[in-house]
Design a protein around this ligand. Sequence first.
Ligand SMILES: *Cc1c(COP(=O)(O)O)cnc(C)c1O
Length: 450
Amino acid sequence: MSDTITGGPGLAQHRRLLTEIPGPRSAELHARKTAAVAAGVSPGLPVYIAAGGGGVLVDVDGNSLIDMGSGIAVVSVGNAAPAVSAAVAEQASRFTHTCFMVTPYEGYVAVSEALNRLTPGEHDKRSALFNSGAEAVENAVKIARHHTGRDAVIVFDHAYHGRTNLTMAMTAKNMPYKHRFGPFAGEVHRVPMSYPFREPAPTSGEQAAERAITMIDKQVGADNVAAVVIEPIQGEGGFVVPAPGFLPALAAWCAERGVVFVADEIQTGFARTGDMFACEHEGVVPDLITTAKGIAGGMPLAAVTGRAEIMDAVHPGGLGGTYGGNPVACAGALAAIATIESEDLRGRARRIEQIMMPRLRALAERYPQVGDVRGRGAMLAVELVRPGGTEPDAALAAALNAHCHRNGVVTLTCGTFGNVMRFLPPLVIPEELLLDALDVIDDAFATQVG
Ligand SMILES: *Cc1c(COP(=O)(O)O)cnc(C)c1O
């Protein structure tokens, strides 16, 4: 089955189930997986993929599923996007690696130029490229510490920044990310997030920022803080959108106190929220910005971009890595970025919000289990609770998610309490497919809400 199939937008854009999900060939592969792959690496939906493109994933049994996850906000330009695939193939046929720190090449420079141009702020910028989001976050902290000569790093409740030792320390949630993986890196301090749905009393963004800043002042001391690191909309933590004013107030405090304000836009970046970067929504200009996921159409690449005087503070040789800014990944990034701009994928993300939001709000009206509907652009979520309050209902989120999976829609959950269904479709998803996915989600509620 998988021998001849090619992916990309030419794949038939429909949901079509030929077997139960997962089908027999996926089940066979999964038995091999269990015998060969570490149990800790555990797929949420064990259907094995043969091809992807547009808004569909085709599995090894020939089922065509609607992709509402984009491999966690990665293939925003579509899976096997033609421009990305062609650029990657072309680069791979010329050279696959030299190590930029040994003998450099243009692609790395061109990606850095693009990031410097596209990220918020008109100031002089520099970029450095890495392999994964966690590595970018680690390097942002290294750079901020080096520049300020200070140690402390401030992070927030519900934050997710990765799975390496430092980024586990920065990530909030114990299970599954941190459990029995310590001891963790020091000098990481957690303060309260602005999480409007879970505030005990209405709290403005400015008030929530004041609460966090007071805690930093009293428990850490501004003079000891190298960086405040925050996701403008939290990803794994539950698609938490802070109250308006929260991010600008934090950024202003950082500027006053010489603290490096780092926006972790690894999940929110590259048009996902309807702006190129989520910070733009409130006109926030971070000192440093970390990017990955949507940057290269599925090729592994990450970056730190920021103010030239901060980035260039680090001595030559202080930053790098064998594969960072690999030439094939850079070719993918240049093609993905060109596609985002030429196809107006920001506009597509806004259109996805226009289509999905009313449907999700209608669910909230019908079902008291939908406590909150939130997000921006093509980064949307529903938070599930026991009717009448805010008590999380993770079991319902899991049941709804499983219903979607059985019916050929690849959805994801998230949240500190595991009670959030999140939607991250490829920005190029055809509208009919999106409407079909929404019908399946409706049906999930109709059948799963008891
Ligand atoms: C996914 C993610 C990371 C980690 O990226 P990896 O590439 O998995 O290391 C860091 N921060 C945020 C906000 C993310 O969503």
